[in-house]
Design a protein around this ligand. Sequence first.
Ligand SMILES: Cc1cc2nc3c(=O)[nH]c(=O)nc-3n(C[C@H](O)[C@H](O)[C@H](O)COP(=O)(O)OP(=O)(O)OC[C@H]3O[C@@H](n4cnc5c(N)ncnc54)[C@H](O)[C@@H]3O)c2cc1C
Length: 243
Amino acid sequence: MQVTLLTHTPEPERVIAAAARLCYSPSSAAELKERLTEKEVADLLKIILKSGHLSTCEHPSFTFGIDGISRTCSHQLVRHRLASYSQQSQRYVRYSEPEMIIPPSISDDEELTALFQEKALEAFEHYQELMDAGVEPEDARYLLPQAVATKIVVTMNARELLHFFSLRTCERAQWEIRGLAEEMLRLILPLAPLIFKKSGPACIRGKCPEGKFYCGHPRKMDKDGLLVIPEDQWVYRSKDSID
Ligand SMILES: Cc1cc2nc3c(=O)[nH]c(=O)nc-3n(C[C@H](O)[C@H](O)[C@H](O)COP(=O)(O)OP(=O)(O)OC[C@H]3O[C@@H](n4cnc5c(N)ncnc54)[C@H](O)[C@@H]3O)c2cc1C
């Protein structure tokens, strides 16, 4: 999995603070954005996040380029409706090489990995056979496994990212989208620590809302209020895919 931050709104925290301050000020947003001190920005962000009045967090957005996630993962990602997506098409792009994502529960075991690779390659060969027989990729792709790797560009605003991180960095989230969410969070934390501090699963801020599905081991926050993401989980290991 490779996640790149392609672009983002400059000074995202200042934009949010200016938008919030504008509601109660005769000044223009442009003036406020220039004039607000660092402390005022920080204080406003604190109030906004604490109160849950998050509409001002919809102004800054972040665009990620994501390569090498499975179609299983991208299907879960695009369920998040308040985001924009562009995904590599299986109608217009013919796979010439089988790139498959292998779940760690399989890739950690040699025998299971061999079995997985054999079956995945078989499916890929049948996909090729269909296209060689004149079937268009848009129909031949029906034979491809969900493990097949895809590329996608996603843009989310800061409010949607807070929501996305809350759901998808939780232990209940499936491992691949959790890895993706954690990597996205890791990339933008330094750019907007006031927004994304305390961002992550609900358990780092208080009680787990999952009831009987509570995993029993709440995630940790460091002294600055940032979700602790173990280094070996930053990006899923390359052995999780076959090229
Ligand atoms: C652990 C886990 C397990 C899951 N299991 C399943 C499953 O078994 N089956 C399944 O189908 N899905 C499953 N999902 C997906 C889940 O149901 C959501 O589709 C997905 O997480 C997107 O979240 P969302 O709808 O809150 O938010 P987004 O689409 O990201 O929208 C953000 C918020 O905007 C608001 N919103 C957006 N659209 C509307 C609307 N039309 N009307 C009103 N408010 C709106 C809501 O407040 C929403 O929370 C699972 C998700 C997780 C995290």
